[in-house]
Ligand binder design. Structure first.
Ligand code: N01
Length: 541
């Protein structure tokens, strides 16, 4: 309370606090960035919109939310002590445990004293004369810092489609990424889920068992694959702890930063029978083995991709009793793996239940939300609750929803109106000393976040030790990086589906690949090379 009164006082008095650095976000990247910058001797304030640490793992509390990465690969690697202290309970750990883990990290490294919670940043303006970023919070509080690190997450700006009548609904409405902390009781209720992405795929089988009736509104079916989660037994726990150096070495070497890596053979070089045996073997394995452990050309060759896609379609058909429903759940319009593959537990079996109905909104589009429920082109469905599992304005959304203004008052939102423009995914020209610490290299989250945070920390150290005051990407370096990013993106299927990888899920958003699609080791090497060349492509003053 004292802190809040102090903040209110500061806002009223117009007092501006000064720091060396401000970090926006106390999720996986933000926590580690705070730790590293503090270690460098900087005064740092971390601003967090939520009431606690965790970012994604704070906000996404919906039933079923969990890792799709192996737990032992997701934790931070920077502290041997932390690695030895923490026991992962499940191979694909669930949200409550992940939030507990990030709270444990915050406590262990005494991070909370520099984190200000419930603090939504509304603008960040670069003052050229003083070389300071001035940050304004929703509360009116102002603060300034030389360096600004946006650790805002790639999937944090939630998206609710602009259906007519959204606010008119008289029942309860939820977006999966703003789920209440208290358990929501759906017992006996008529519930709608809009969306069938990775989030809905985790949520649906759990609430299907609870609700009176569930209606799922699907626009695009996905290639979902079995997660095959299980408890971590004592022997596995011992193995993780004994082999963390090897685990981290491996995930720094693989294409996507996961424990899995592609089979070096091309799919069609392998005789059909042997190939099918490989698919079956991959299918039995947990996690992303069937995607990232598949033949190397699965993400680049149409025929190879289609061969496996058909295998997956048959797996779906085999699990859904009603052939008409099964056919609706089978994806046909995009290549396998062109969206992050949703990993599921009993997802398809949910549609075999008497209390679950699948509505294909391509056949009967949603016309509006009504006070009683959802009106499609053929009828009105009545609900007690509507769940929007409709995703995020990914990667750019969390940044452009803040009014960020760089040199000459240029707005980031305007600059990115035709697509995201960065150099190394880390800075954008015209916005000196602003670093983007969000993982857009297609990669297991924490490993890549650590790389980015360490690069940013080294860069800030370099600026200070060499008596510079600012570092800014050059427009030329940025142009070349954008061209390169689009070029490598177009070589894979990552830009082939109309999903968040290319901004395709948001009406009006520029269509361009938002991820850096080269293998993670190449990205790391490029960032290191730039630093080793005295921050080539940046201007230091
Ligand atoms: O979001 P999504 P998500 N009318 O954008 C539908 C990560 N994640 O939250 O496909 C009707 O994938 C939309 O339909 P369509 C993971 O990286 C990780 O599920 O656009 N429907 C789609 O079905 C994932 O990729 C885990 O045709 C509309 C759904 O809403 C990312 O988060 C778990 C609509 C949105 O799917 C995002 O997943 C969960 C409209 N107007 C998520 N607009 C892990 O396992 C959108 N939709 C770690």
């Amino acid at each position: 309370m004292t802190d809040l009164l102090q903040k209110a006082g500061d806002a009223q008095s117009g007092r501006v606090e000064n720091f060396d650095a401000i970090v926006i976000g106390a999720g996986v990247s933000g926590l580690y960035q705070l730790y590293r910058l503090r270690e460098l001797g900087l005064s740092v304030r971390c601003l967090e919109d939520g009431g606690g640490v965790g970012g994604t793992w704070y906000w996404n509390r919906y039933p079923g939310c969990r890792f799709d990465s192996e737990s032992e690969t997701y934790g931070y690697s920077f502290s041997k002590e932390l690695l030895q202290e923490w026991d992962w309970k499940e191979h694909y750990s669930g949200q409550p445990e992940n939030e507990r883990y990030l709270n444990y990290v915050a406590d262990k490294f005494d991070l909370r004293r520099d984190i200000q919670f419930n603090s939504r940043v509304t603008s960040a303006v670069y003052d050229e004369s003083a070389n300071r970023w001035e940050v304004l919070l929703e509360s009116g509080q102002r603060m300034r810092a030389q360096f600004l690190v946006a650790a805002v997450g790639i999937l944090s700006a939630r998206y609710v489609p602009p259906f007519e009548g959204v606010d008119s609904f008289k029942g309860e409405s939820f977006h999966t990424s703003r789920w209440p902390k208290e358990k929501v009781d759906f017992t006996g209720k008529r519930v709608a889920v809009i969306g069938t992405g990775a989030t809905a795929v985790q949520l649906i089988p759990i609430i299907a068992k609870e609700v009176g009736h569930l209606t799922v509104f699907q626009r695009t079916p996905n290639y979902c694959a079995p997660l095959r989660n299980s408890l971590v037994d004592e022997e596995s726990q011992r193995r993780f702890k004994a082999t963390y150096p090897e685990i981290h070495k491996r995930i720094r070497e693989t294409t996507g930063g996961f424990i899995h890596d592609f089979d070096r053979r091309a799919a069609l070089e392998v005789p059909r029978e042997e190939r099918l045996a490989v698919y079956e073997e991959l299918w039995k394995q947990p996690g992303f083995a069937k995607w990232l452990g598949n033949f190397r050309d699965i993400m680049t060759d149409r025929v190879a991709n289609e061969d496996f896609a058909e295998f997956v379609r048959d797996k779906i058909r085999a699990r859904v009793k009603d052939p008409a429903v099964a056919e609706k759940l089978v994806p046909k319009d995009h290549p396998f793996g062109s969206k992050r593959v949703p990993l599921e537990t009993e997802y398809y079996e949910a549609y075999n239940r008497d209390n679950v109905l699948l509505v294909d909104i391509n056949e009967t589009p949603i016309e509006r939300i009504t006070p009683r429920g959802i009106k499609t082109s053929d009828r009105e469905y009545e609900f007690d609750a509507i769940i929007y599992a409709t995703g995020f304005d990914a990667i750019t959304g969390a940044l452009t929803r803040i009014d960020i203004r760089g040199e000459g008052g240029q707005g980031l939102k305007d600059k990115w109106a035709n697509g995201m423009r960065t150099y190394l995914q880390l800075q954008t020209a015209g916005f000196p000393n602003l670093f983007i610490a969000t993982n857009t290299a297609f990669c297991n989250y924490t490993v890549c976040a650590e790389t980015l945070v360490e690069w940013i920390t080294d860069c800030i150290r370099y600026v200070r030790e060499n008596d510079y005051s600012r570092i800014a990407a050059t427009p030329e370096a940025e142009d070349a990086w954008v061209t390169h990013t689009n070029e490598v993106g177009s070589r894979t299927f990552l830009s082939s589906a109309n999903g968040w990888f290319i901004g395709g899920n948001i009406p009006g958003k520029a269509r361009a690949i938002l991820l850096y699609a080269n293998p993670a080791p190449a990205y790391r090497a490029k960032c290191a090379e730039v630093a080793a060349k005295g921050y080539e492509g940046f201007v230091l003053r």
